[in-house]
Each structure stands twice: as C-alpha cells, then as structure tokens.
Design a protein around this ligand. Structure first.
Ligand code: UGA
Length: 430
C-alpha cells in the first residue's frame, strides 16, 4: 500500500482521498482552508455526497486518512501526490491554471525522489508538460515523475464513480510511472487504460463535451417535439433502447450547468481556436444550451400571460442538478436571475441548496418549505429533478398557488395528473 498525498479537499480531492484510504492506502489530504481542515478532522463533510461522510469517518477511525493545512504538508514523503485543485474558467474561456501552478510550486521542493505528481485537476492538453517544467523550475529533484489521471466523478455519485468506474485513464509518457499509478487502482472495479499524457487530458475534455452535446441535442429534439406534437419522453425511450445511443444523458431540461460542463466546453473551444479550428459543432452545443435557458424563461412568461412584471414565481430546485448542494453555474439560479430581471418576485425552495442560495441573488427569496414557496404565486417552476418533487401533495399546492400554472423544466411531473388538479401544465418537449 502506498503513501498518498492529495492537494485540495473539494469534492474531487475529498472523494479521491477517502476512496484511496478505503482501498488501504495511507492518505494525507492538504487544503489551504484551515477551517475546513479542522471540520474534516472531526469528520464533518460539507458537500452533499452519498457515502462520503461514511468513508471519511472510516478513514479517520483507521488513521489511513488525515487532513492537514497546506499542499507541502500533504506531499512531504509521499510516493504519489494527487493535484485536485480547481481550474475555473479564466480570461476568454481558457482554464485558469493559477491554483495548479501555485500547488506545484509548493510541493516541488518537498517531493522525495521517485515520487509521482498525478494531476487530477482538469487542465488543457499539454499541461502535464507544463507541470513537469514548472516542477523542475521550482526545485523538484529530477527523479520526480508526472502523470495525468482525469476524474470522471459526477457530483452526487462520486464515491460510486470512483470505486466502480466506467474506466480509469492514466496518462504517462514514462511506462514505469504508468504502471505505478495503475497499481494504486488495482482494487477498483473497472478497466484501467494507459495513454499518453496529452491523450488523457483530451479524454477528459472530449468526454464532458460529448455529454454536454448529448444534452444539448436532446433539448433541441424536445423543442422540435413541441412543434410537431410528439412527446420527447416517448422519443428518448425509443432512442435509448438502441445500445449505440443509450438512455443516459437523454433527459431534456433547462440546459446543462455545474462546475464542469460550462468551463470545460469553453476551454475546449479555446484549445480548438488556438490550433485554428472553429469547431462549429461545439459552438452550437454551447449556443443551444444558452437558448434552452431562454426557452424556460419564455415558458414561465407565457404561463403568466406574457408579462412577468409584478408576477410571483415559485422556483423549486436551485442547485445545478438534483442530489447535490452545489449552486455553481446552476441553470436554476440563472433562470431565477432572468425572472427577477423581468420584474417578477421569485420565491425559491431547494431540499439541499436553500441555505447557500440565501443572499446569492438580490431579491431572491428562499423559503424552507416547498408549499410556502408557492404561497400566492402565479406559477410554479420546477427547475431540478429532486425526487421529493414527485411525491409532494399537489392538491395542497393547488390550494396555495392561485395561478394554477406549472412549468416543469425537468419533466418530473405527470401532465395528466396535474391537469386533473386544475393546473395548466408546460413541460419540456411534451
Ligand atoms: C460531470 C461529468 O458527468 C463527470 O463525469 C465529470 O467528472 C464532472 O462533470 C467533472 O468534470 O468534474 P457533474 O458536473 O457532476 O459531472 O454533472 P452531470 O451529472 O454530468 O450533469 C451536468 C449537467 O447536465 C447538469 O446541469 C445536469 O442537470 C445536466 N443534465 C445531465 C441534463 O440536463 N440532462 C441529462 O440527461 C443529464
């Protein structure tokens, strides 16, 4: 079993650290946020991630998982150091590598000979070479290796995605390094693929862009379905049975968001532009996503008779998707912002992200109860696919929501049942 350092205790770093400890490795996770380190040391996990608090508790109990302040403290004496720091969207859509670079400079002087710096942060193709040069410039000994090991963790199912992955991709230009990193994963249930570092970096961007394209495609089909009187739920069912298409990522909605797809599609477009490729298909995927958010706003506007000024909208679901408390680049928040901009009052509710949403948008009211959010509203807009929305008491909603209109931007409700209760119902593509 190996001594592993993890730099960054966000959802990727924490999941990576906790899962590697669960697999028997001796893991130290370093983060710059001393408060977070203190909370994690007590087993207090603030991201909503199924199974993660249990794995952190297990790691703390076995002492195979420890938390420290700073990257160097996690990296000293480590055989492997995983970089799991954010690469937000920077100037003009490029990935901002400043946090990665700062972490590399901090760990370089303490990495022992034979250590491998494994990059899990999403970085543009060619970054491993850049990291290698930076390492040497920052004083790392020559015997330190570099590998790329992109993450494919979905928020909400990150633990499962780590321990039973569709695949593990290890990019290393040195075969010995590749074999050593692969060995860390010997007990995970999934295929391990070794590639060059550039290919591994490209796998990550190509995968996220492809999934974003799938969602944009189905959103475009949903709009066509509305125009020709077809039901997108039936259409995607008919498509999904074809194993070449599959059922996943075929759910229309208010457009994709979150901390990954928007920034990764923008960064891939920049990579293409840099080599003189317009990549019009990717541009269309991004533009379709923007339009989808406009369409949902349009549906809410239609539901209140064409003018949102002075109207009240109940917004259920504020996170970027269900089963997370993450509000980053949430389509729901963007839509709420636009509704407020058109003069509506927005009364939000979210099963997990409500607290964090308070104060996020000037004017956005956040209620602790879904029925309260509907009180006096002209229309209810369902913006994320939280399971609990399927099981609420819609007779009660009908009594508190005088407008009796629903815009179901995730198609989670039964249109016939809603109409039976006296609501006008607008879904997506049905
Ligand atoms: C995504 C990828 O799925 C992960 O494999 C990847 O590791 C991660 O980004 C990352 O790069 O870190 P995540 O951002 O957690 O994971 O979210 P997804 O579940 O992929 O959803 C992305 C967006 O697409 C959400 O806004 C979601 O609501 C939307 N979506 C997804 C749909 O509108 N319809 C679908 O059918 C699927």
């Amino acid at each position: 079993m190996s001594r592993v350092g993890v730099v960054g205790a966000g959802y990727v770093g924490l999941t990576t650290g906790a899962c590697l400890a669960h697999l028997g490795h001796d893991v130290i996770v370093g983060d710059i946020d001393a408060d977070k380190v203190r909370r994690l040391t007590k087993g207090d996990v603030d991201v909503l991630e199924e199974g993660l608090p249990e794995l952190v508790a297990e790691g703390l109990a076995t002492r195979r998982l420890r938390f420290v302040v700073g990257a160097a403290a996690a990296a000293a004496d480590a055989e492997f150091v995983f970089l799991c720091v954010p690469t937000p969207e920077g100037e003009g859509g490029d990935a901002d590598l400043s946090v990665v670079e700062a972490a590399v400079r901090e760990v370089a002087p303490v990495l022992p000979p034979g250590a491998v710096l494994v990059n899990k942060s999403t970085v543009p193709v060619g970054s491993s070479g850049h990291v290698g040069r930076l390492l040497r410039a920052a004083g790392a000994v020559p015997e330190v290796g570099v590998a790329s090991n992109p993450e494919f963790l979905r928020e909400g199912t990150a633990v499962r995605d780590f321990l039973s992955p569709a695949r593990v991709v290890i990019g290393a230009d040195d075969p010995t390094v590749a074999v050593r990193v692969s060995d860390l994963y010997r007990d995970v249930q999934g295929p391990v693929l070794v590639t060059s570092t550039a290919s591994a970096e490209m796998v990550k961007y190509a995968s996220n862009a492809f999934l974003a394209a799938k969602v944009s495609f189905v959103n475009a089909i949903a709009n066509l379905c509305e125009a020709v009187n077809a039901d997108v739920r039936e259409v995607t069912l008919g498509m999904g049975y074809d194993p070449r298409i599959g059922f996943e990522f075929l759910h229309p909605g208010p457009g994709w968001g979150g901390s990954c797809f928007p920034k990764d599609t923008a960064a891939l477009a920049r990579t293409a532009a840099r080599v003189g490729d317009d990549f019009p298909m990717l541009a269309a995927v991004i533009a379709t996503n923007r339009e989808q958010r406009d369409r949902v706003v349009g549906k809410v506007r239609d539901a209140v008779g064409g003018d949102l000024a002075g109207r009240t909208v109940a917004a259920w679901g504020l996170t970027f998707k269900a089963n997370t408390n993450d509000l980053r680049d949430s389509p729901a928040i963007d839509i709420a912002r636009r509704l407020l901009g058109e003069g509506a009052t927005v009364r939000g509710y979210d099963p997990a992200g409500g607290e964090a949403a308070r104060g996020l948008l000037p004017g956005l009211e956040v209620l602790a109860d879904p029925y309260e959010a509907c009180a006096g509203a002209d229309v209810l807009c369902v913006l994320t696919e939280w399971d609990e929305f399927r099981w609420l008491d819609y007779e009660r909603v009908a009594t508190v929501l005088p407008g009796r209109a629903i815009v179901d931007a995730r198609n989670v409700l039964d249109p016939a049942a809603m109409r039976h209760l006296g609501f006008t119902y607008r879904g997506i593509g049905r």
